[in-house]
Write a protein that binds this ligand. Sequence first.
Ligand SMILES: [Zn+2]
Length: 290
Amino acid sequence: MSKRTDGARRASNIVHALKCPVCGNPVRVEEGGRLQCRESHSFDFAKQGYVNVLTRPAAGHYNKELFEARRRIMRDSGLYAPFHEAAADLIREFHVPASAPSVIADIGCGEGTHLHRVLEELSGLNVAGAGLDIAKEGVQLAARDFQNAVWLVGDLAQSPFADGSINTILNILSPSNYEEFTRMLAPGGRLIKVVPGAGYLKELRETLYSDERRTYSNEETTGLFDRNFRRTETIPLRYSVRLGRAQLEDLVRMTPLSWSPDPEAVRNFLARESAEITVELDLLVGEPND
Ligand SMILES: [Zn+2]
């Protein structure tokens, strides 16, 4: 089976959770690998098996190199492995068995490893995953390597997800749209938002900066969450992972360009064999306000 056909087949399993991003009508999966609504808006699956539902071109802030660096570091170092287990445990905890698969949507899925790994942890449970990102470079990598989810290039502001259709929203180190999250969530559905803690990658921050960017607080982000959602649980994760030189290079490469560190500081950071790197993440779990 070609990747295009296989991607379309996976989408047909969760077609009830999808809608036309142009007119909002339900979509169906057409023969040959195409999402189409009754107004004939249609979106072809690419040969890699993802579907691009963007209604206008989007300017990407991330490039392919950044996504490839993220991919390698996650594969080689287990940097986020404890997080994947914790997220899967949470989803398992509030999973309600039903005949249709419970849909997990990763909003801002990037190159897809987080969703892919969480779904692997949940094997045996009747769940289906969908990853959405506005960056085509990320979604292409996801579709190329991970055949256990539906991969979509799209904009949350022109959402391809139907009302009340998503059981779990994962939103990992990525911007939120609480109005959309509220609309998409099924009754009893949960949002799991992952925000960095003060110590997240602090070794990188402390080495690369001499100014106020050395420190970070998630107060603003969690405050926004609490104004929009009722928080039911918070899972704090803190651990460290020793990274070798190649992985430290990837760590710098996967850092958003907006951090724009001093090149001299980057050279110093990379001039060592290995380093302990701290991962500190808060998993905020919530339900929409009534
Ligand atoms: Zn339409």
